[in-house]
Ligand binder design. Structure first.
Ligand code: ABT
Ligand code: MG
Length: 147
């Protein structure tokens, strides 16, 4: 089963959107594997966004992502990497379709609410960067008769 790394950014946390965002992935049919409310160090943020090191917005990006706590998560499900990028929407919220997280809530490319891994390589790298193997919880849904 495929896994991806999703992270609600400081703007999503401060606007009180953690619950709404998690609900969307639950309602879609994906399963939560790990979750952590945490403040990123500069070093971790620079490693996570290392592919953008040479871009002009890199400094601002690292400033923003370390400006307050984030909610880091691992989600599992069929085609979860691609599907979660669809639920998240285009990088620039102005261009993101209504119905997507960025399309519904965002206006600024530098504050676009949530990060999602863009490939299976990124997903493995990012899951390992943010979570230890003990923090990844696999379980069976055994309470179907009650819920
Ligand atoms: P992430 O999920 O945060 O990686 O965003 P996404 O993959 O949709 O877009 P990319 B290209 O990876 O952007 C990374 C972060 O850089 C910000 N950014 C991007 C800018 O501020 N200006 C730009 O011109 C571009 C291309 C948006 C992303 N994050 N934030 N916050
Ligand atoms: Mg990206």
């Amino acid at each position: 089963m495929e896994r991806t790394y999703l992270m609600i950014k400081p703007d999503g946390v401060q606007r009180g959107l953690i619950g709404d965002i998690i609900s969307r992935f639950e309602a879609k049919g994906f399963t939560l594997v790990a979750g952590k409310f945490t403040q990123l160090s500069r070093e971790l943020a620079e490693t996570h966004y290392g592919e953008h090191k040479e871009r002009p917005f890199f400094g601002n990006l690292v400033d923003f992502i370390t400006s307050g706590p984030v909610f880091a998560m691992v989600w599992e499900g069929e085609n979860v990497i691609k599907s979660s990028r669809t639920l998240v929407g285009a990088t620039n919220p102005i261009e993101a379709a209504p119905g997507t997280i960025r399309g519904d809530y965002g206006v600024h490319v530098g504050m676009n609410l949530i990060h999602g891994s863009d490939s299976s390589e990124s997903a493995s790298r990012e899951i390992d960067l943010f979570f230890s193997s003990e923090e990844l919880v696999t379980y069976e849904k055994t309470l179907k008769q009650w819920i």
